[in-house]
Design a protein around this ligand. Sequence first.
Ligand SMILES: [Cu+2]
Length: 393
Amino acid sequence: MTTLLVLIVVVLLAVALWQLTKIFDLTQVGKNVNNTQVANDNDNNINGYLMFAFLCFIYLTTIWCLVYYGHFPLIGDSASAHGPEIDNLMVISMVLIFVVQTITQALLHYFAFKYRGREGQTALYFSDSNRLEFIWSIIPAIVLAVLILYGLYAWTNIMFVDEKEHKDAIVIELYAQQFKWEARYSGADDVLGKANVRYIEGVNNLGVDLSDPNAQDDFTSSELHIPKGTRIIFKMRSQDVLHSAYMPHFRAQMNCVPGMVTNFSFIPTLTTAEMREKPAMVEKVANINDIRAKKSQALIAKGEPALEPYTFDYLLLCNKICGASHYNMQMKVVVDTPEEYAAWLKENAPKTIVQAVKNAAAEAKAAETPAQMKDTSSTKSKDTTVVAQAEVK
Ligand SMILES: [Cu+2]
């Protein structure tokens, strides 16, 4: 790495020296009879045409990217109620950028060509033009104002959810830590118990306050299950560093910040099964499985096991580079029908955190007892803490 940096510095120094000699040469123009370093009409023509060539290069690259990568962005088939609004905003912004960039690049390169240098011709100088400045200020100002206002309107609609208004909403905590997610459900009372990093101990790795009455029926899951058609209010926390809860198919993202609770809320509109049946998704999965089949052939030839076929699942990803295994920080999200969700709750709700802590304590005690029984003869004199406390008293 150091060698590379030294090499870069040496190359940059060489370039700087070369440029300095060129500048020096230019200062000698007029004094010197040799004017080969000054651009003549031929050089200007070449540069003018190169401008056009570069314009073609930009356009061709754009077309190539659209053809080969155009199917990657997730547009349409969003799985949340607010999804179409975000998609709309995205499409409007992208189309606008595309049109403006296509026109302005063409104008920029055309004028660079048209007004290329010609011997004996000097540029027309004028100090300012109020009309021109007005036009190129007011048009972008109006367009940007409309775009920003529309964006703000969409943002307010999506982000400002009054929890009191949505009494039937399900509150779920998303807990981020390097490098995994955990979901905490509020149980029968629909209220999440208090939690704080100070209470983290053993299996209580979310730091739930076990003395809080609301925490008694809280349970956790390493898979996020949510029912279709119900508002879900996510409360996000992080144990260590900045993470970002990103659920692309629901067009949802929110930072998880250590020491504070952040919120995001949405209504899922497509169950996992329904999403798997969408034509675009069927095509995408078939593509992935084609690639996997080809890779599998190569693996089998090497005597290694073949890849499993891929089936679509919603994912909760981390969208902040939070450490070495950030790329793999994900949790499966399952959107159930209300009936399926009720069945899942019935199965998982009894596995409360309080119960898990009790079980762990009982297990620890069971493991301790045989060891204690072995050396009962010497335990009395070995309990140094008791002796120490007695001395302090
Ligand atoms: Cu992360």
